[in-house]
Ligand binder design. Structure first.
Ligand code: PMP
Length: 444
């Protein structure tokens, strides 16, 4: 712990009062639990930052990694290939929304999205449309912390400081129904999809200069687990087709089963032009990411040698065989443990428990999609008046939850539910009971 406070600079320092403070030192993982150096066990309610699929220290994945380390630890995909990377590419294409057929590897979600942005930009140039250079991005979007991925983000608290560094985008409204500024009802049941109409207007107005649109399908994660209305993505796909705009879907958080389907785009019945994956790709084990594209996109970069056609991007750890071995073991487990089928009752239970929380006086809104929950706490339910940032209500609820043996991370005043997909029904009950008790203890 002393080395931690003396030497380690934690991510998002200052944002929550616990960073670098009295953090438990995690030394072990076991199923849905994290265990600290004092032997305390915490049910991992956020799946190691939204990545862990099959629980911690899953035997089959550990073995695949050990076996791979003894065979080949790393090589390069520049001028060589490796068997794990190639096999994984094939298996990703097999399960991806149909039409995605090429896999470009990198090693984190931000770069997977940034690669998609660069590809879309260059694609338009190669089509002889050099005027199409801009992107539609969304309010409340989060695509990562690199300069390119921040540029297509839309959460002021993360991005405002760096604004002079970022490229400008055309900002479309979020589907944040509870605080919608376009529609008076602010109720998903009476939603007139004003946000979609505004998106359409923006796309029509800017079509000649638009290269792409970057979107988190199904749920805007870091924006507060904001769920899209039914049919929304399909409409976005139609608009992209109509205005010759490449659709870049960021499935970094929602990919690999989180929505109850392998991919959110497939669940919505669409194929994006470009799809970014990370987090769950290696079941949360190792840094790995992939950007998938359709033949149409790939073909623009292929053919007789020309500098303009080269995609100038290649990370050192691209297609690392250990990470790919973990990812292959992850995909095997989806099948052998019939993970998606087993999610059905858990998703129903989560939905019911989230709905039940609306009985608490300071729960303003609950949002649910698959194995994702967002619980928005408000000072006043009638006026939807939020708790002021300085009160750190979300942080306090999560710290309270530690006393009940849970590890949670808030997003401002939103409590996030994002457990390993392998969580048992009993554990899910413990998680939801603990969350409820912690909310009551802090907000009354
Ligand atoms: N996109 C989405 C939707 C994410 O949720 C995240 C991470 N929370 C990222 C991109 C960035 O991924 P990474 O932190 O691996 O760079």
């Amino acid at each position: 712990r002393k080395y931690d406070s003396d030497y380690l600079w934690h991510p998002f320092t200052q944002m929550s009062e616990w960073e670098g403070a009295d953090n438990p030192v995690i030394t072990h993982g076991e199923g849905s639990y994290l265990i600290d150096s004092d032997g305390n066990r915490y049910l991992d309610g956020v799946a190691a930052l939204w990545t862990n699929v099959h629980g911690h220290c899953k035997k089959e994945i550990n073995e695949a990694i050990k076996e791979q380390v003894d065979r080949l630890e790393h090589s390069t995909l520049l001028g060589l290939t490796n068997d794990r990377a190639a096999l994984l590419a094939k298996r990703l294409v097999d399960i991806a929304p149909s039409g995605l057929c090429k896999v470009f590897y990198s090693d984190n979600g931000s770069t997977a999205v940034e690669i998609g942005v660069k590809m879309a930009f260059q694609y338009q140039m190669q089509q002889g449309k050099p005027g199409k250079t801009k992107f539609i991005a969304f309010d409340n979007a989060y695509h990562g912390d690199t300069v390119g991925s921040m540029s297509v983000g839309g959460i002021d608290i993360y991005h405002a400081t760096y604004k002079p560094l970022l490229f400008p985008t055309i900002k479309a409204p979020s589907t944040y129904c509870y605080r919608c500024s376009l529609c008076e009802a602010r109720d998903p049941k009476r939603c007139g999809m004003e946000c979609l109409k505004e998106l359409e207007r923006l796309m029509e107005e800017h079509a000649p200069e638009l290269a792409g649109l970057v979107i988190e399908p199904a749920v805007q994660g870091a924006g507060g687990m904001i769920v899209q209305p039914e049919g929304y993505l399909k409409k976005v796909r139609e608009l992209c087709d109509r205005y010759d705009v490449l659709m870049v879907a960021d499935e970094v958080a929602v990919g690999f089963g989180r929505t109850g389907a392998m991919f959110a785009c497939a669940k919505a019945g669409i194929t994006p032009d470009i799809m970014a994956l990370s987090k769950g790709i290696s079941a949360g084990y190792l840094p790995l990411a992939a950007t998938l594209t359709t033949r149409k996109v790939y073909d623009a970069f292929w053919g007789e040698y020309a500098e303009l056609k080269t995609f100038f991007h290649g990370h050192t750890f691209t297609g690392n065989p250990i990470a790919c071995a973990a990812a292959l073991a992850n995909l095997d487990l989806f099948e052998s443990e019939r993970l998606l089928e087993n999610l059905v009752p858990k998703i129903a239970y989560l939905k019911e428990r989230l709905q039940g929380l609306l009985a608490l006086p300071h729960v303003g809104d609950v949002r649910h999609e698959g194995m994702i929950g967002g619980i928005e706490l408000v000072r006043d339910r009638e006026s939807r008046d939020p708790y002021p940032w300085e009160e750190r209500v979300g942080v306090r609820v999560c710290l309270e939850a530690r006393k009940h043996g849970l590890f949670l991370r808030p997003l401002g005043n939103v409590i996030v539910v994002f457990p390993p997909l392998s969580i048992s029904m009993d554990e899910l009950k413990i998680l939801m009971d603990g969350i409820e008790k912690s909310i009551v203890a802090i907000t009354g």
